[in-house]
Design a protein around this ligand. Sequence first.
Ligand SMILES: Cc1cn([C@H]2C[C@H](O)[C@@H](COP(=O)(O)OP(=O)(O)O[C@H]3O[C@@H](C)C(=O)[C@@H](O)[C@H]3O)O2)c(=O)[nH]c1=O
Length: 182
Amino acid sequence: MNVIKTKIPEVLIFEPKIFGDERGFFFESFSQKYFNDIIGYPVNFVQDNHSQSSKGVLRGLHYQLPPYAQGKLVRCVVGEVFDVAVDIRRSSPTFGQWVGVNLSAENKKQLWLPEGFAHGFLTLSETAELLYKTTNYYAPQYDRGIIWNDETIKIEWPQLGDFIMSNKDLIQPLLNESDDFL
Ligand SMILES: Cc1cn([C@H]2C[C@H](O)[C@@H](COP(=O)(O)OP(=O)(O)O[C@H]3O[C@@H](C)C(=O)[C@@H](O)[C@H]3O)O2)c(=O)[nH]c1=O
């Protein structure tokens, strides 16, 4: 597993080592020990999520408040998405900054966002399926969002025409109006 740093030190991209042969491929998609060694502290994933989206679907930006904050390890197993992490920790030197990476079934990259980050993605292929592990359970009362096109964050989303979004995501608050994370 190769680890790629991003401009936000806590956000990492994992690039697994793929073993290909005439049958197909094999790779370890997750190793608790390896992951904890890289992150430097024990991370306990408790929930796995799987979503499917059509081209142009944008989900996000989402996070959960403490004590149900979620770290997420995200990968794409069908198609391709542009996946984004936004630092929403008000005490952080990188507060309001974002990292975007293309995750695809082909590149098999995984994005790690610790607690304190909002997450969103845009589907680039006809269909895409995302798998992600979370460090806390879904807690709807603690579920929060930030509007995808917040002018202070300025995410450079790929241009695909009109995005398809949930009613909830069309009216999310600005970062500066959102509930404080920490
Ligand atoms: C997130 C989630 C949703 N649900 C239910 C609630 C709702 O009826 C339905 C769809 O929920 P949403 O519209 O919130 O799904 P979605 O917009 O895909 O939300 C997800 O977006 C990405 C970007 C994330 O990072 C995730 O953590 C999550 O917030 O699924 C669960 O049962 N468990 C869960 O963990």
